[in-house]
Design a protein around this ligand. Structure first.
Ligand code: PGA
Length: 251
């Protein structure tokens, strides 16, 4: 998939940040991005703000889209404390992030579990953003492609298409770091992922592949211009409307 065929996707993952007072940042972002038509912007707040954000986006007829940070692998049932795909869909959510390295590491989520969650998310008409990323140890020992191939093969659900699935490549060592991965590292891995997707896809097409890991308004343009990079998944720099809009504007 060449960069010209799809609009760049810019997603902002707030992680476990955001209170009632943070709604001002969304209001500011809606205002700043009212003219944006060149890219798809997805805002991914914690569950607790989804309903408020949905109301605000609808009230202002905003082009911003809403995402959730995770969902359960079952449709409903006795899973205290969990949130289902159908529940977030009910709040106006269109996208769900699955398999973020923080969940893989902190909650021991496996790629097989990610695939199960993706299946249920697709049944609820959510688009999935499936994250893959190698550790520093994998990278230093030259096993980064092998690590990504395993994660990708096992995390993709049956029936994935370029309409319901986005892949986010996020090297773990570049998340919340001082620097993103280099242009060469991103370029090589995105090309590799794209070639794998082409092999796995029944329809013989790849999926949008977005990059995440220390993206800022200063490096966004260089990263988005790399071949096979179809967008950005932004963490820290998405929390403030000014810095997130700086990224959107720079591309
Ligand atoms: P970061 O986070 O932009 O703060 O590095 C990226 C992510 O974890 O999605």
């Amino acid at each position: 998939m060449s960069n010209e065929l799809i609009k760049p996707i810019i997603a902002g993952n707030w992680k476990m940040n955001g209170l009632e007072s943070s709604i001002d940042e969304l209001v500011k972002l809606i205002d700043l991005s009212s003219e944006i038509i060149e890219c798809d912007v997805i805002i991914i707040p914690p569950y607790t703000l989804l309903d408020r954000f949905n109301s605000l986006l609808r009230k202002d007829k905003s082009i911003l889209k809403l995402g959730a940070q995770d969902c359960h692998y079952m449709r409903s049932g006795s899973y205290t404390g969990s949130i289902s795909a159908e529940m977030v869909k009910d709040l106006g959510v269109q996208y769900v992030v699955l398999g973020h390295s923080e969940r893989r590491i902190q909650y021991h989520e496996t790629s097989e579990l990610v695939a199960k969650k993706a299946t249920i998310a697709h049944c609820s008409n959510l688009k999935t953003i499936i994250c893959v990323g190698e550790s520093l140890a994998d990278r230093n020992s030259g096993r980064h492609e092998e690590a990504i191939q395993h994660q990708l093969t096992d995390s993709l659900p049956k029936g994935f298409t370029n309409l319901n699935t986005i892949i986010a490549y996020e090297p773990i060592w570049a998340i919340g770091a001082n620097n993103s991965a280099s242009v060469v590292e991103i370029s090589q891995m995105h090309r590799f992922i794209s070639s794998l997707l082409l092999k796995y896809s029944k329809e013989n097409h790849t999926l949008p592949i977005i990059y995440g890991g220390s993206v800022t308004q200063y490096n966004a343009k260089d990263i988005i211009n790399i071949e096979f990079v179809n967008g950005l998944l932004v963490g820290g720099a998405s929390l403030k409307a000014d810095s997130f809009f700086g990224i959107i504007n720079s591309i």
